[in-house]
Design a protein around this ligand. Structure first.
Ligand code: FE2
Length: 446
């Protein structure tokens, strides 16, 4: 069975913008599919929903990062795929065009395009973008509304919060182009916002991700800076700066000392794989770009996996490229967020002769990288690790992601064996629709 509604017509493709065409192009409809074909066997232990967010612009062509948010979910239980749904995140901007900047020049944090990530914390499903409040969703992906932690949150919320596996706390930050430029927040395991702290930085930068360790919070203050002139033109208002510098800030989670900054080589990082701390040393693995957006906001460079080793005794950071293969969308077993990880995953894509992607599986203790192929002409999105069981080892579980098939312009939900890169998929849930290449998602266990 399928049902379909069409809330609006998506924008026509804009020549030259890769994110408007092919596997990135928006879909025209919201739909529900309940009779799904499955190849292989869905592990019966999987009860929950895999859901991923991404831009699906309805209107005039804008930047990749500013399209209306659309979530795509598949519910699994008892070895079955119950449904696929895609739904717009109905922010006030989506429903009635609420402007992000009001007439009196104040910012409406309930407005915006909620297009970047989906998490589950303290029983709430939250869709996230980094410029707005989170939006709560139902288990069927309908929008409940903006969630501001009962009025306690007054900044934006990053789309990359971290859930501490030890305490269940939700650590996050908000950044903005007006002071305070950076604010750190922590909600307890019950979802109550219990800590808010301004972190002083020299200026307004685009800060997409951060890291936690068991003892610290790690910020990246990198030289992609806010530009008022670009904002006035209505384009993505950030650009590369040769003068801003680059630094990593380490804040003590227990509040025993102020943030300490460490200078690094200028670069840009959208995504952190993970960080961990032992004695005076913090290790943080990131997907690093040598620079970003010097020639405008479609100027995307190639990124690779790097390790920064921060030594509090010497005040120095050692910077080392771990692998020269380009990658993005790094993930770990989230049960190790802030703790020492051995295994990491990311996506690599070759665009020619036909776009073909693979999942890279790094064993960072052995210095080994395996390539998990998903077929010629097929491109995986961010790989989400799902442990086989609550106490299973770091390598023991599944990788779950949407895979786009260029040949049929459609997508599958693919479940792979995370421990065996050479194995065929454990299960493939075939979708007769395209899931546009979006950003981030998670497995939300019931
Ligand atoms: Fe991201």
């Amino acid at each position: 069975m399928s049902t379909t509604t069409t809330p609006a017509t998506p924008a026509a493709a804009t020549p030259g913008a890769f994110y408007r065409t092919g596997r990135y192009a928006p879909v025209a409809e919201e739909t529900t599919r309940t009779e799904l074909t499955v190849r292989g066997h869905i592990p019966p232990s999987l009860h929950g929903m895999y859901v991923r967010n991404g831009p699906n612009p309805r209107g005039a062509a804008g930047h990749w990062f500013t399209g209306d948010g659309m979530v795509h979910g598949v519910e699994l239980s008892d070895g079955r795929a119950n449904w696929y749904r895609n739904r717009y995140v109905r922010s006030t901007t989506f429903t009635h065009g609420a402007p992000f900047v009001r007439d009196d020049l104040t910012i409406d944090r309930a407005a915006g395009m909620i297009n970047t990530n989906v998490i589950q914390h303290a029983g709430r499903v939250l869709a996230l973008s980094e410029s707005s409040f989170p939006y709560e969703l139902t288990g069927h992906l309908d929008t409940v509304g903006a969630f501001d932690f009962d009025g306690r949150l007054t900044t934006a919320m990053t789309a990359h919060p971290k859930i501490c596996p030890t305490t269940g706390e939700l650590h996050f930050f908000g950044y903005g182009y007006t002071a305070p430029f950076l604010t750190y927040h922590m909600a307890d395991r019950l979802g109550r916002l219990v800590h808010t702290e301004i972190v002083e930085v020299p200026g307004a930068t685009m800060m997409h991700d951060f890291a936690i360790t068991a003892q610290s919070v790690v910020f990246m203050d990198l030289p992609v800076v806010f530009d008022l002139e670009l904002a006035a033109r209505g384009t993505m208002p950030y650009r590369w700066s040769d003068t801003y510098g680059a630094r990593i800030g380490v804040l003590d989670r227990a509040g025993r000392r102020p943030v300490r900054w460490y200078e690094i080589e200028p670069c840009y990082v959208f995504h952190v794989l993970n960080a961990f701390e032992a004695g005076d040393v913090i290790t943080i693995d990131v997907v690093r770009y040598p620079e970003q957006w010097r020639d405008g906001p479609d100027d995307f460079h190639k990124a690779t996996l790097w390790r920064w080793t921060i030594n509090a005794s010497t005040g120095r950071v050692t910077e080392e490229e771990l692998d020269d293969r380009t990658c993005e969308f790094p993930r770990i077993d989230d049960r190790l967020a802030g703790l020492e990880h051995r295994i990491g995953y990311a996506v690599h894509v070759d665009e020619a002769p036909v776009p073909t992607g693979s999942i890279l599986r790094y064993d960072l203790q052995r210095g080994r990288r395996d390539v998990i192929g998903v077929g010629a002409g097929r491109v995986p999105a961010e790989p989400v690790f799902v442990p086989a069981g609550p106490t299973s080892a770091e390598h023991d579980g599944y990788l779950m992601t949407y895979v786009y098939d260029c040949h049929r312009d459609g997508s599958d939900l693919v479940i792979l064996d995370a421990a065996d890169p050479s194995a065929k998929p454990i299960a493939v849930v075939e979708l007769d629709v395209r899931v546009p290449m979006g950003f981030h998602g998670n497995w939300l266990p019931r």
